[in-house]
Ligand binder design. Structure first.
Ligand code: GTP
Length: 367
């Protein structure tokens, strides 16, 4: 990949890179925030207290994302302290959470009223519906539920004369990767220049013999972009787990005086995740003391990490830390015999990709 092939475009993020999370009480809003953005274990959300007032969380990644959660008991049309018009005009996406394990007809009525209001004050708003807690439904029943909900929402909008409104539906659960996949797709809609990023990733894939490549936000495991081939959830899972393994190995590499017990634990964890022992971890700048999570503190110097591993089935995983707490993670079915040359080519291409990303970021209007 030569540097002139890398698109020379700047990317803007939506000035409204704010997601409004709504849904009835106990639908799962706080749990989603905790699991996706704070790495809370799903079971630790069981006894979360009810949210009583709007909360905002800010996440710095490729875009500076804000997630506002409105308590389930708030009624938009009761006189209140909150300026809903201002709120709805300033958001990029409305994410409405429906508890699929519960009786959902009242949630659907509530959703239709909210959509009607949202599009009247902000016609450009993205409307995203999470059919949530699907872990409690059988495979067949999940699809039936989705069909039923989509049909009813469509009918309700028709009654309001809003048949043209675009709504995306996702089947989600905090107990598997579906919630990350849904949030990845939602966040991507707020990045204006996503097509340019996808083009760059397509080029990188083509010149580097990758089968799939993701640009991940390291902390949340949301992917902010991927190449244009379809996402296979297994590829996503293996790449997301590889980030954790790389971080663990990075820590191991950093602390020479780490106790033997900790090292054993990390080795066990690595084996559990089916990674073979020929993982190479490398600091691209030549210094050994780095931690990928450092990139989150944007005031700290950027010390990128690279990690390569071969799975038992021969697949190669390649991770390279980028800017803004992001990591490029790729899957390749590269043969063993030409590995060294191929990795040099990949390193070269990835370095060009990273420069293009830096350039895009420098030129971004909204930071
Ligand atoms: N089975 C299952 N339970 C979930 C899932 N997500 C959340 N829950 C559970 O649902 C319950 C309510 O979750 P909360 O996150 O508190 O719901 P909320 O929408 O924030 O509720 P309010 O603050 O009252 O508006 C908790 O016991 C969670 O553990 C899921 O994907 N599957």
């Amino acid at each position: 990949m030569d540097s002139s092939t890398a698109a020379n475009t700047s990317f803007d993020v939506d000035s409204n890179a704010t997601v409004l999370l709504m849904g009835l009480r106990r639908s799962g809003k706080s749990s989603i925030c905790k699991v996706v953005f704070h790495n809370t274990l799903p079971l630790d959300t069981l006894y979360l207290e009810s949210t009583t007032k709007p909360t905002t969380e800010n996440f710095k990644s490729l875009i500076d994302l804000a997630v506002i959660e409105l308590p389930g008991q708030l009624n938009l049309f009761e006189p209140s302290l909150y300026d809903y018009e201002k709120l709805f005009t300033s958001i990029g996406a409305l994410v409405y959470v429906i508890d699929s394990q519960d009786e959902y007809l009242s949630a659907l009525q509530n959703l239709a009223v909210i959509i009607k209001y949202a599009v009247s004050v902000n016609p450009k708003i993205h409307i995203e519906v999470l059919i949530h807690k699907i872990d409690g439904l059988s495979e067949d029943f999940r699809l039936d539920t989705q069909r039923d909900i989509m049909q009813r929402v469509g009918d309700d909008l028709l009654d309001y004369g809003l048949e043209g409104v675009q709504i995306s539906f996702y089947l989600t659960s905090i107990f598997d990767h579906s919630i990350y996949e849904a949030f990845s797709r939602i966040v991507q809609k707020l990045i204006y220049e996503l097509p340019a990023l996808e083009n760059l990733l397509d080029l990188l894939m083509q010149y580097s013999n990758f089968d799939k490549v993701f640009l991940f936000d390291i902390n949340s495991k949301i992917y902010v972009a991927t190449d244009s081939s379809p996402v296979d959830i297994q590829n996503y899972e293996v790449c997301a787990e590889f980030i954790d393994v790389s971080i663990d190995l990075d820590g191991l590499y950093e602390c020479n005086n780490q106790s033997q017990q900790q090292q054993q634990q990390q080795q066990q964890q690595q084996q559990q995740q089916h990674f073979v022992s020929d993982t190479i971890i490398d600091d691209v700048n030549g210094s050994n003391s780095n931690n990928m999570m450092d990139d989150y503190d944007l005031n700290k110097p950027n010390k990128p990490t690279k990690c390569i591993s071969r799975l038992e089935n021969g697949t190669m995983l390649y991770l390279h830390q980028m800017i803004r707490g992001l990591a490029l993670v790729a899957v390749s079915r590269l043969e063993d015999n030409n590995e060294t040359t191929a990795i040099s080519v990949i390193d070269h291409n990835v370095a060009i990709f990273k420069k293009s990303l830096e350039k895009m970021w420098e030129n971004a209007k909204f930071k």
